[in-house]
Design a protein around this ligand. Structure first.
Ligand code: HEC
Length: 101
């Protein structure tokens, strides 16, 4: 894996009902959209296994950068046009922990 620079600082926002709804949306997106390549249960398909045990070499910032920018010259697309950096960070947390606070 090429080394990616995490160039941004992400702030966590307070948890509210709206935030919880947004989290549900993101978890759904991970299984539907990411799952179309990585498998519905994320254990791999066209794309590799992205369950927590397979991503332990990533930290949250690096992982959210992978989600935002994709992996050049591979089928892994950049998601920056479709989500905020905060959303990508949540997804990274979800992928690493299998859960989001
Ligand atoms: C069009 C298919 C496709 C979609 C959709 C897709 N990916 Fe990927 N993804 C790939 C492929 C292919 C790779 C492997 C790239 C390579 O060869 O390094 C990859 C690699 C990754 C990696 C790196 C895995 C590792 O072990 O280094 C992560 C993390 C990842 N994807 C997360 C996501 C997330 C999160 C989403 C949804 C927001 C997503 N992907 C959507 C195809 C896809």
């Amino acid at each position: 894996m090429r080394k990616l620079l995490a160039l941004f600082l992400l702030l966590s926002s307070p948890v509210g009902a709206e935030e919880a709804a947004q989290t549900d949306k993101l978890v759904n997106l991970v299984h539907q959209d990411c799952g179309s390549c990585h498998g519905l249960t994320l254990k791999g398909g066209l794309g590799p296994d992205i369950r927590p045990q397979s991503l332990s070499h990533y930290d949250i910032d690096t992982l959210s950068t992978v989600v935002l920018d994709g992996i050049p010259d591979t089928a892994m697309p950049p998601w920056r046009p479709l989500m905020s950096e905060a959303d990508a960070k949540k997804i990274a947390e979800y992928l690493l922990q299998g859960d989001v606070k």
